[in-house]
Design a protein. Structure first.
Length: 285
């Protein structure tokens, strides 16, 4: 009887766990299903209707995207976003990995203090730095360009990614550096030929988060870009609302779904490295 009771108890707990998991999944997926369904509804039925799925499927929201927004092709926004996101990824991978190598493998005066100050920048809200950064870029004449969005990426200001790579590199054996020095390698050769290949999971993890953050960034382009031809996808969505406050919800939602595809493709292409980058030491066997 005890075995039967334990079996029933475990079965009840398993059933409750699965029901709870399905309930949470339904809550998480509800907005996604709503957006997909709304993209196939007429614009006037999106806000007023309570139906999750469209009663009549229409595709004009997607076909209207081919006409562009305010005489600007939709492809322009995507090209701009690719430039910003791709440039951000390259900048973060180069500058943050170089800074991480210095913090983790080179001994120099004030290293611990500088590393602590760098980590402390994570506590600063973005809005605290917004005005001084804007004034600086305005004095340099860089407003309405992509420089304010990309310059910091090449100066290792992303403290989280520097910290991630530092922790990864610290777990790599010091014997690798010593063997390379015996072969006549300097710091740049060790960094390029040894550290970067072994840190591939951390680099790809940083690339995934950087690409997603840059692609979805709305505040940065809103502050620094003034010309519609330079808008990114996130800022281009704002153009579906005209000056009188009338919104084209159908076009906005359909473009939002299309804008998810590059992010989803980038994530799926490299997601198998994500857990490795967060949890492993970079060595196998």
């Amino acid at each position: 009887m005890t075995a039967v009771t334990n079996f029933r108890t475990r079965g009840a707990r398993s059933l409750a766990w699965h029901v709870g998991a399905l309930a949470v999944l339904a809550v998480v997926l509800y907005p996604v299903v709503w957006v997909i369904g709304a993209s196939f509804k007429p614009g006037e039925d999106i806000i007023g209707s309570l139906d999750l799925l469209p009663t009549e499927v229409v595709t004009e929201n997607y076909t209207r995207l081919t006409e562009g927004i305010a005489d600007i092709p939709i492809s322009t926004f995507f090209v701009n976003s690719v430039l910003v996101a791709g440039g951000s990824v390259l900048g973060v991978l180069f500058s943050c990995s170089l800074a991480a190598y210095a913090f983790s493998r080179i001994r120099f005066a004030g290293r611990n203090l500088m590393f602590t100050l760098m980590i402390g920048t994570l506590l600063l809200p973005y809005h605290v730095l917004l005005i001084p950064q804007y004034v600086l870029f305005q004095k340099l004449g860089l407003i309405d360009s992509y420089a304010p969005l990309l310059l910091g990426k090449y100066l290792a200001v992303e403290a989280f990614f520097v910290f991630l790579m530092v922790q990864f590199m610290r777990n790599l054996p010091k014997e690798l550096d010593e063997a390379a020095r015996l072969d006549g390698c300097g710091h740049l050769r060790i960094y390029w030929s040894i550290m970067l290949p072994l840190c591939r999971p951390a680099l790809i993890t940083s690339a995934i988060f950087t690409f997603i953050n840059a692609w979805n960034d709305f505040m940065g382009p809103l502050i620094y870009l003034n010309t519609p031809d330079k808008y990114t996808v996130a800022l281009g969505l704002k153009m579906f609302v005209d000056q009188e406050g009338v919104a084209d919800y159908g076009g906005m939602i359909s473009m939002s779904l299309v804008a998810l595809l590059p992010v989803l493709a980038f994530f799926l292409a490299f997601q198998r490295y994500l857990i490795d980058g967060m949890a492993t030491s970079g060595l196998k066997g």
